[in-house]
Each structure stands twice: as structure tokens, then as C-alpha cells.
Design a binder for this molecule. Sequence first.
Ligand SMILES: Cc1cc2nc3c(=O)[nH]c(=O)nc-3n(C[C@H](O)[C@H](O)[C@H](O)COP(=O)(O)OP(=O)(O)OC[C@H]3O[C@@H](n4cnc5c(N)ncnc54)[C@H](O)[C@@H]3O)c2cc1C
Length: 306
Amino acid sequence: MLHLLCRHWGHLLSNTPVMPQCVPPTITIIFCHFRTAGILVSYQQCSFSGKVCHAQGRVTLLFQSAGNPMCKLAVVMCRSKSAGLNSTRHSQHSMILVPMDTPGVRKIRPLTVFGQDDASHGGHFEIHFDNVRVPTSHILLGEGRGFEIAQGRLGPGRLHHCMRAVGVAERALELLCQRAASRCAFRKMLYQHEVVSHWIAECRLAIEQTRLLALHAAYTLDTHGNKAARKQIAMIKVAAGRMACKVVDCAIQVHGGAGVSEDFPLAQMYAYVRTLRLADGPDEVHLSSIARLELTDQLRRTAAKL
Ligand SMILES: Cc1cc2nc3c(=O)[nH]c(=O)nc-3n(C[C@H](O)[C@H](O)[C@H](O)COP(=O)(O)OP(=O)(O)OC[C@H]3O[C@@H](n4cnc5c(N)ncnc54)[C@H](O)[C@@H]3O)c2cc1C
């Protein structure tokens, strides 16, 4: 997700004094959103006094790639105290670049995902931020503009995850069909049991529906921009995670015990697609957004008719 941040906001990163000294060409950057904390140990916030940002927080959170030795920089998004009560809901957060070697940043322990180290990108970590201070020049774009940056990268980033979920589901269905056509149970091939053939059909339906939804979201994003595509992005975010979970689950079922063993990639696929229903915001939050945007659209249409 961070490469998208860099693509759209790379000029901000390169204008920030922290970059030249700590960024080798292959740096890994993690994104730490302080509002989403697995176990919140203390209130997290940041404040600005003079020329120093003061970030305080202790979170147990799955920070993707934090275990990568190339991880030199965290983009911390947190509520900034000085945004004040009068500021709008979306102008109370800032994004701040925090080099990982800043005093007070501590990697506490590696975390597993479904019992796996998920280390292909470096692994997840619990990170504590205790009295971390960085110059205010490390604020990206400006104080209170964190959501503005986030909106720019969240849409494409989420869509990217959804497209990968469609790919995972395709592979799971392929494995399902191979198994159904090669395994005999109760004197019939598995695909000859009606329930299995219906699963194959349902999976194909679900994949195609999700693919089209993803295409529509991508089209809206490309042609009308992030803001206009919010509803489509939220819809595909929910639909893709659900669909991929369902398809991989069917494939596991058709493989029997082998489906949850290391002989097939299905258990790992399930762990991956299940996290999609949480990472980047849980389904319930996206459903609430879809409902709110739908109501707004409907009310606008009604008002236009009057
Ligand atoms: C594999 C993985 C990688 C991640 N990587 C990162 C990362 O790199 N950077 C980062 O900042 N975060 C990361 N996260 C964190 C992720 O964004 C949060 O876990 C997610 O947003 C949920 O927040 P939470 O864990 O604090 O759960 P909570 O906020 O405690 O929510 C728990 C549950 O409560 C319900 N709930 C919460 N809010 C609402 C609501 N408004 N309406 C209805 N129900 C609600 C939902 O069912 C939700 O699942 C990662 C998570 C995972 C699983």
C-alpha cells in the first residue's frame, strides 16, 4: 500500500528533510494508523509544540513489514491534539514521518497471523511509541491533512487488494475443480455429487460478480477520481473479502483433510483472504459507509425530482 502513497505523494516524501539521510533505494516503509489498534494500552495522540511533533502511543497492532530489516521509516497517522474542537472530523489527523531509529520507537515482539509468521514482507510487529519527538518538518502536506493523503492512497490500495483476492479465488477454484475431477467418493467422482457441482457453479458466479464490481470501481476511480469512487471501493472491499473466503472455504472442503494440510496452499490462502475482512478497516465499517453514501445518493435523487 505504501508504494501507492509514494506514487501519489512521493514529492512530499522527497521534500521532507528526513528522506535523504535515511532512505536507501530499496527502503521499506510501514504505515501506522493509530486509530486502529488491536489492543490499546494507552491513548495515542500527537501534539505539536514549536518545531517538534510529540507522538505518544502504545499499540499492539499488526504493522505489516515492520519486521523487515529494510524497514527504516514509519508513516504515522494520528490525531493531532492541536487540531482543536472546531476543526472538521476529517481535519484532525496528521501523517508524520518517523524514522524507525528515533528514540522512543520500540519494536516489542513479532506477531503471527493465524499462527503463521507471514514473513514474506518481513512480518508483523507490536510497536510502542513512547515520547517520540521529530521535527514538525516531518509532517506530510501539513497539520490536519492526514485524511486528505489517506483518501488519495486508500482507494487504489484497497482495489489492489481486491484484485489480488480475485486472483486467489481463481486459483482456489482451479484446485477445487482438479480435486473434484480426480477424487472418487461413494462410487462417484466428487464433481458428480450435485452439491460439489453446485459449489463449482456458485464459486464461478461469485468470482465473476466480484471481478465486474472491481472493474467498475477501477473505472470510476480512473474516470471520476477517489471521492466519486468511495462507494464502489467500499463495496468491492467487502465483496472481495467475502467472496474469496467463501471460494477458498469450498476448495478446502472439497480437498477434505488435505485442504488444511501443508500439501495444498489452501490453508495459507484462507489465512490471507480472511485478513482482508479486517485489514484496512473491518467489513462493518465499510458497510456503514456504503449505507451512508447510498442514503445520500437516494436523498439527492429525491430532491432533484421535487
Ligand atoms: C494482517 C493485517 C495487517 C495489518 N496491517 C496494518 C498496517 O500495516 N498498518 C495499520 O495501521 N494497520 C494494520 N492492520 C490493522 C487493521 O487495519 C485493523 O486490525 C482493523 O482496522 C480493525 O481494527 P482493530 O483491530 O482495532 O479492531 P476494532 O476496532 O477493535 O474492531 C473489532 C471489531 O469490532 C467491529 N467494529 C469496529 N468498528 C465498528 C463500527 N464502526 N461499526 C460496526 N462494527 C465495528 C468489527 O466487527 C471489528 O472487526 C492490519 C491488520 C491485519 C489483520
